[in-house]
Design a protein around this ligand. Structure first.
Ligand code: ZN
Length: 439
């Protein structure tokens, strides 16, 4: 029984730990299952199943505990009944011994009484014989015998005889009386003893009967307890096997779930990989598109790398050069302080110069100071001008797009070397061009 309980308890503990693991696995995988409704359903089912089994196991545990308690009680009953039976057996044996002793005492008393009666009878007989002998001799005869004693010797002999007779009588009488008394006493003692012993025997008989009845009941109870015990043992075995089944079920679910989990994990990895690849392809495409755009720009502008950038939507006017030789603001030339209302960018003669934003060409002009120049109206009162050009790529009134070549780098007008002077005016006032193209 103990072995069964122990193994049952162990099985239970194992099953519980498996369930806990399962619950942990299920709990941790809920997020994983989110992207697959089918898997999610399966997981939900598995979780429900695990809960159900957990409940069943708990029930089994309590059932097993009950059975164990019952079995313990039965074992206790059995031991108690066994002990009781032993005690009863001892009491029975004691009662039997007492009865036997009482019977022996009764026998002894009876025989003693009988002996006393016999003694009395014997004495009576002896005395009776003596009396008869005496009565055969009449009293006068005794006197006559005494009187007729011829000599003194005879007299004394006779006297002595009489005396002997008298003494003998006396002795015999007392013996007879003693025997009678003894017989009387023996009779009384025997009667009393017999009564006692009879009582004792009756008591012993009653006790024996009680014990026998009790023992019969005990035997019945014992049998019942034994059968209950074996039944409890059987049920324990049954429960243990049930728990084993449940345990197997749990491990099956666990395995099944592991499969699902690994499938889920594999799917997740595959998805991540696909995503990564897609992102890579997109990036590659973008890169290619960018390159393509760059090439297109180059076919239009010969060189175009940074011209197409510009967070504000304004482009850098010289795609091939960032070489700024003079910023917007005050500058000192040969000791005099003068205001420079544009930005100078140096590059070789003939370098492409592009429109910094889409617009309409206002002027393709020329003068002493600016040399050849192009002005473009971008709308909203914003006009950009490109000066000291060597040549034009557009005509006045032409619509240009951002990045479109409008002219070529030169050193016409008041210039010390090939460079572009670009300026921007807003509503007729010059502003720092870097505010637009510098970003
Ligand atoms: Zn300038």
């Amino acid at each position: 029984m103990r072995v069964i309980n122990k193994s049952g308890a162990n099985a239970f503990v194992r099953a519980m730990s498996i369930i806990l693991c399962l619950i942990l696995i299920i709990g941790s995988s809920v997020s994983l299952s989110a992207n697959s409704s089918k898997t999610s359903q399966q997981l939900s089912k598995a979780r429900d199943k695990a809960k159900q089994i957990q409940k069943q196991l708990a029930n089994s545990q309590s059932e097993l505990k009950k059975l164990k308690n019952l079995a313990d009680k039965r074992s206790g009953d059995l031991a108690w009944l066994n002990q009781r039976t032993k005690d009863q057996q001892k009491a029975y044996e004691d009662a039997l011994r007492r009865k036997d002793s009482a019977l022996i005492v009764m026998e002894q008393t009876t025989s003693e009484y009988e002996a006393a009666v016999q003694e009395f009878e014997d004495q009576k007989e002896i005395y009776g014989e003596r009396l008869a002998l005496m009565y055969q001799l009449p009293e006068k005869s005794i006197l006559e015998a005494l009187m007729s004693s011829e000599d003194l010797q005879t007299y004394f002999t006779n006297h002595r005889l009489m005396k002997i007779i008298s003494d003998t009588d006396e002795l015999m009488l007392s013996r007879l009386q003693a025997a009678e008394k003894h017989a009387e006493e023996m009779k009384e003692a025997a009667e009393a003893s017999y009564e006692d012993m009879e009582k004792l025997v009756a008591e012993a008989d009653q006790l024996l009967a009680d014990i026998k009845a009790d023992r019969d009941i005990s035997a019945k109870k014992l049998k019942k307890a034994e059968s209950a015990l074996s039944k409890a043992e059987e049920e324990s075995l049954l429960w243990a096997s049930e728990m084993k089944k449940m345990e197997e079920n749990v491990s099956f679910l666990q395995k099944k779930y592991k499969k699902q989990l690994s499938a889920e994990e594999a799917k997740r990895k595959a998805d991540a990989e696909a995503k990564r690849k897609a992102a890579e392809e997109a990036r590659a495409k973008k890169e290619a598109a960018k390159k393509e755009a760059g090439k297109k720009a180059e076919t239009k502008n010969k060189k175009s790398v940074k011209a197409s950038s510009g967070k504000s939507g304004w482009l850098w006017p010289v795609p091939s050069s960032r070489n700024i030789t003079s910023y917007y603001g005050y500058r000192h030339i040969f000791g005099s302080r003068r205001f420079h209302y544009g930005v100078d960018i140096a590059a070789p003669v003939g370098t492409k110069i592009v429109a910094i934003k889409s617009g309409v060409v206002l002027i393709c002009g020329s003068n002493r100071v600016s040399g050849k120049y192009v002005s473009i109206d971008h709308g909203q009162g914003i006009i950009s001008s490109y000066r000291h050009l060597s040549g034009f790529a557009v005509k006045a009134g032409q619509r240009v797009s951002a990045g479109q070549t409008v002219g070529y780098m030169g050193s016409t007008g008041r210039s010390t070397g090939p460079h572009l002077h670009i300026d921007i005016s807003v509503s007729g006032r010059y502003v720092n061009p870097m505010r637009y193209i510098g970003r």
